[in-house]
Design a protein around this ligand. Structure first.
Ligand code: ZN
Length: 460
C-alpha cells in the first residue's frame, strides 16, 4: 500500500499509526457500519444471523449497538463450513462475501483437531495482511537489506506463506526454511544465509539454543541473529523465557501476533525482563472487543482489563469475521506506553479451552510456565500437566511433570521443590504434586506446545 519508504522513519504508515484515538474510533465506526452492511448483503450466513437477532445494518450507530450482534466461535465456524459443503458443495458459500473469482488465497488455523477453519482472502485482503506485517517488522527496526529466517510451520498455517509475503512487501528478505525439514536444516540455512532475524515459536527457539552446540559445534549466540521474533505461542510474553532467548541468541526479543488475518500486534523491546504487552497495530482494520468468557457480557477496554478477545474485520472482502471469539484471553492497557509507540497494548493471558479449575481457582498453563521460568537454569522450563481426565475441572493435587536443569545435583532437588511450591502457592494458589524429569526428556515442539497430557494419551 505504501511505497518508497524512507528507511529513517520510525513507523511504516505514519498517517494511520499516529492517528489520534478519536480519529481512529471515528474511522473504525464508519468502516464498521460499511462492513456490517456488506456482510449482510453478501453472506447468507450473516444475513440470517443478523435478521434472527432483529438487527438491520442501519441500526448500528454506535459500538454499543454492535455488541448486540451474536458472537461466533471456531465451533460455529466449522459448523457453517460443513453446512456450506453439504448445501453448496463448497465450504465458503455461506460465509464468504466475495464471489469465487475474487478469492485468491485460503489460509487455515493451526493445531486444532477436526476440520480446519478457513480464512478466505481477495487481492485486497492480501494487501491488508501484507501492510500489517510490514507495520510490525518496521516498528522492530527491520528494513530492506535485512534477512529473516522464518522457522515456523509453512504448511497452510497463517504463519506460513502470508508471513513470507508480508516480509517481502516490507522489502526485507525472507528465508522461508520452515520447520518441516527439521532442526538441522534450520541451522544449516542460518549458517548459509547469514540472517539478521529469526522468527520461531519460543519453544523452538529454546530448543535451538539447547541443540546448537551439538549440531553445529558452536553456541546459538554465534549464529549472528540480532532479532528473535516470537510467534505462535504466548511464551513471548514470559520474562524468564524472553531473557533465556535474548541471552541464548544474543538478540533483541520481540513478541508478535497476527498471521493471515486482520488482528496484529508487536511488543516493544527495551529489556527482555520487562514485558509491556503487544501494541495493537491494525486498529484501522480490526475492531477489538473484550467479553466475559463465561457470560459473554461486554467488558470495557479499560487499563488492565482482562477478558476473552473478540474481533471484527473492518475492511475485508473475502470471509470477514464479525464478533469472532477465537478463545484467547487477553489483558489490555490503554495508557500511553513508555516506549513512545502509539496504540492500545494487549497481552495474551491464556486460551479459554486451556483453562483449568482447581478448587475454584482458575489456572492457565502459561501461568505455570511463567513461575517455572523464574527458576531457570535450575529448571529447563519444559513441563507437562498430567490429568486423569480432560479439564477444566481438576481433582487436586495438580500433577506437574517438570524437567530440572542439566547442572542441578539430585541432592539439590528437595530445596528447589520447596521453593517452587512456595512460589506456586503464593502466585497461583495451587499446591501441585511435582514429578521431576531429567532435562531433555519432554519433546520440544516447533509449533504449539501442548502442555496438558491426559493419562492414557501420553506421548503426544
Ligand atoms: Zn511500548
Amino acid at each position: 500500500m505504501m511505497a518508497a519508504q524512507d528507511p529513517q522513519r520510525r513507523l511504516w504508515n505514519e498517517r494511520v499509526e499516529l492517528m489520534s484515538h478519536d480519529e481512529m474510533r471515528a474511522l473504525q465506526l464508519s468502516r464498521l457500519q460499511r462492513q456490517v452492511a456488506y456482510n449482510h448483503a453478501h453472506s447468507p450466513y450473516y444475513r440470517e444471523r443478523l435478521d434472527a437477532a432483529g438487527i438491520a445494518p442501519r441500526d448500528i450507530s454506535s459500538f454499543d449497538d454492535f455488541t448486540h450482534v451474536p458472537l461466533m466461535d471456531k465451533v460455529e465456524h466449522r459448523r457453517v463450513q460443513e453446512e456450506s459443503l453439504v448445501r453448496h458443495g463448497t465450504p465458503f458459500a455461506l460465509l464468504a462475501c466475495a464471489p469465487r473469482e475474487k478469492i485468491v488465497r485460503v489460509s487455515a488455523t493451526s493445531g486444532t483437531t477436526g476440520m480446519p477453519t478457513l480464512y478466505t482472502l481477495t487481492a485486497h485482503d492480501v494487501a491488508v495482511v501484507n501492510e500489517m506485517h510490514a507495520r510490525k517488522y518496521w516498528r522492530a527496526g527491520i528494513r530492506p537489506g535485512h534477512v529473516m529466517v522464518q522457522a515456523l510451520s509453512l504448511s497452510m498455517f497463517t504463519g506460513g506463506l502470508p508471513l513470507s509475503q508480508g516480509i517481502q512487501h516490507l522489502g526485507a528478505c525472507v528465508v522461508p526454511v520452515g520447520i518441516e525439514g527439521g532442526t538441522q536444516r534450520v541451522l544449516d540455512f542460518a549458517h548459509l544465509t547469514r540472517p539478521d532475524a529469526l522468527i520461531a515459536t519460543p519453544s523452538f527457539g529454546q530448543y535451538l539454543i539447547e541443540q546448537c552446540p551439538t549440531l553445529t559445534g558452536k553456541p546459538a549466540n554465534e549464529l549472528g541473529f540480532r532479532w528473535f521474533f516470537c510467534a505462535g505461542e504466548p511464551g513471548g510474553g514470559n520474562p524468564g523465557l524472553r531473557r533465556l532467548l535474548a541471552d541464548g541468541f544474543d538478540a533483541k526479543v520481540f513478541d508478535h501476533t497476527g498471521g493471515g488475518h486482520a488482528f496484529h500486534g508487536i511488543s516493544c523491546d527495551e529489556s527482555p525482563d520487562e514485558y509491556k504487552g503487544m501494541h495493537f497495530t491494525s486498529e484501522d482494520h480490526c475492531l477489538l472487543e473484550l467479553v466475559d468468557p463465561h457470560t459473554h457480557a461486554p467488558i470495557a477496554l479499560a487499563e488492565g482489563a482482562v477478558g476473552e478477545m473478540v474481533f471484527t474485520f473492518l475492511d475485508w472482502e473475502g470471509g470477514p469475521f464479525m464478533r469472532y471469539a477465537l478463545g484467547d484471553l487477553i489483558q489490555v492497557w490503554t495508557k500511553p506506553c513508555s516506549c513512545g509507540m502509539p496504540g492500545l497494548r494487549f497481552k495474551i493471558v491464556g486460551r479459554t479451552d486451556d483453562m483449568l479449575i482447581i478448587k475454584g481457582v482458575n489456572l492457565y498453563p502459561e501461568a505455570i510456565r511463567q513461575v517455572l521460568m523464574g527458576f531457570a537454569p535450575r529448571v529447563t522450563g519444559s513441563f507437562r500437566i498430567r490429568l486423569r481426565e480432560p479439564g477444566p475441572k481438576v481433582v487436586p493435587p495438580l500433577h506437574l511433570r517438570i524437567e530440572h536443569g542439566p547442572d542441578l545435583a539430585q541432592a539439590d532437588l528437595p530445596e528447589l521443590e520447596a521453593q517452587l511450591q512456595t512460589r506456586m502457592r503464593s502466585e497461583l494458589r495451587v499446591a501441585p504434586l511435582i514429578e521431576w524429569l531429567a532435562p531433555g526428556i519432554l519433546p520440544r515442539e516447533a509449533h504449539k506446545t501442548k502442555f496438558i497430557e491426559i493419562v492414557g494419551d501420553v506421548g503426544h
